[in-house]
Design a protein around this ligand. Structure first.
Ligand code: ADP
Length: 453
């Protein structure tokens, strides 16, 4: 599942919270106003019925009501019933249920035909056993309708409001987190090793971002210092070892020419010589890596014909492929020029093709392709050999890393574990890219891309 960015998560949380709070507040206010209106109408209705009852005069067991009495007053209609519930005078809305039973001193809500009323009945005794009923009817339909309109308006505005809050929130969060994005981009550049001397821009504000940036910069200072120390150490040690190893090689070669030494002793010397040569190769590779790490400035970049370079490298390595009965195939687009250091680029190609031969299968195929793709030079070195286990794939670029050491004693003897780390450095220095596709038992494919001149 793709994870949401902090910006999106913060916006979602905060918009969600506001949406809930807004809905709850509106519902609360709506219910409160509705209740308030209803209880006010209820009170008014009771008051109106009581006022209407004041119009009556009860005397000697009968009642009098002036003939010009109004049966409609301030939104309330009045009806008069006798004690048996027969309508005597008054007016009522057309849709109002005519036979609604009288109930003393109780306010009721009545619905019919999509309309709604509040009804209040009050009985007044006059004379023995005689009573008249007064019914007050107030329409609450318009109030209900107004409330419904308010609710509909809110329902229509609500999503827009939430969307607006979300968008504003996202813009604000993005703005607030912009320094973090910048920190990430620069930190990525630094950690990818492109430029260890680069530092984050410290914001002027004395806030958390300022502190975070300073902490990062301090960490990069320490990182750079320790890298420098390591590079210096590797370079110094390699330089110091170069002379004694050369002396050992020269002495061994000299000793092998001596007739006074027995064949058995010569065999021992040959072993020492082989190991000393391996050590010498290791030292020169370490020195080259140390130089690569010092950066582009230590090399001379010029126009390099990559197509030619691949051709000559393959020719050089054809003997080696022959030894293993490997078919060395090529598909090279001519005239592909790159700006680079010829010696380094040759080293890169040799390392890749040699690996394909070393780890390729006997009687197998190694194919090298070079072509133009999206304005870049793309090279593919492909073999059908032992392949690389997926868990080793990202580690093979590390110095001295050798996948599955126990598998091939011949290669174990030969390799130094430095070849691919050097290849990666060379590609980086040329501002290119390299990656590998491999499946155990099926073979490997190393793909590099370089800028075309
Ligand atoms: P080495 O000197 O051991 O060849 P490299 O740095 O060139 O060192 O390679 C590192 C490891 O990556 C090798 O030990 C090997 O396990 C693996 N590797 C490199 N190229 C190939 C390939 N073409 N096929 C299979 N494994 C490979």
């Amino acid at each position: 599942m793709r994870r949401f960015s902090i910006k999106k998560r913060v916006t979602l949380w905060y918009t969600g919270m506001i949406a809930v709070v807004l809905a709850v507040v509106f519902a609360g206010v709506f219910i409160f106003i509705n209740q308030l209106e209803l209880s006010k109408t209820e009170e008014d209705l009771q008051g109106s019925v009581a006022d209407f009852a004041d119009e009556f005069e009860f005397q000697n067991g009968t009642y009098y009501l002036s003939s010009d009495v109004d049966y409609y007053d301030d939104g309330v209609m009045f009806c008069i019933y006798d004690q048996d519930g027969r309508l005597l005078h008054g007016s009522m809305p057309v849709e109002f249920p005519k036979n609604l039973k009288l109930r003393s001193h109780e306010v009721r809500n009545v619905k019919q035909g999509g309309k709604q009323w509040m009804v209040y009945d009050a009985a007044y005794q006059y004379g023995t056993g005689k009573a008249i009923w007064i019914r007050g009817i107030a329409s609450i339909h318009s109030m209900e309708q107004t409330m419904r309109m308010v609710m509909l308006a809110f329902a229509a505005v609500y999503p827009l409001l939430i969307l607006m809050i979300g968008v504003i929130g996202y813009i604000m969060t993005k703005k607030a987190l912009k320094p973090v994005d910048e920190i990430c981009t620069t930190a990525e550049e630094i950690s990818s090793g492109a430029d260890l001397s680069k530092r984050l821009l410290v914001p002027k504000t004395e806030d958390e971002m300022h502190q975070l940036t300073c902490t990062f910069n301090e960490m990069f200072d320490r990182l750079e210092a320790s890298f420098e120390d390591e590079k210096q150490f590797t370079s110094d040690v390699s330089h110091e070892l170069r002379t004694p190893v050369s002396v050992i090689i020269a002495e061994c070669e000299y000793a092998l020419e001596e007739d006074s030494i027995s064949e058995e002793q010569k065999q021992e010397i040959r072993i020492v010589l082989r190991q000393a040569k391996k050590m010498s190769e290791l030292i020169s590779q370490l020195l080259m890596i140390a130089r690569c790490e010092r950066g582009k400035e230590t090399f001379q970049f010029e126009a390099v014909d990559m197509s030619m370079l691949v051709e000559t490298t393959l020719e050089e390595l054809s003997g080696k492929a022959e030894e293993k009965k490997i078919h060395l195939l090529s598909e090279i687009e001519p005239g592909l020029m790159a700006a680079g250091d010829q010696m380094l680029l040759t080293r890169m190609l040799i390392n890749l093709v040699e690996n394909s031969i070393n780890y390729g299968k006997r009687n197998g195929i190694v194919k090298v392709s070079l072509f133009r793709e999206d304005g870049k030079i793309r090279g593919i070195v492909k073999d059908d050999g032992q392949g690389i286990k997926s868990e080793h794939l990202d580690k093979i670029w590390n110095r001295f890393y050798r996948a599955d050491r126990s598998r091939n004693t011949q290669n174990q003897e030969r390799g130094t574990g430095l070849g691919l780390s050097m290849v990666r450095w060379i590609v980086r220095i040329h501002e290119g890219q390299i990656w590998v596709k491999s499946r155990e038992g099926e073979g490997s494919e190393f793909i590099f891309e370089l800028k075309e001149m």
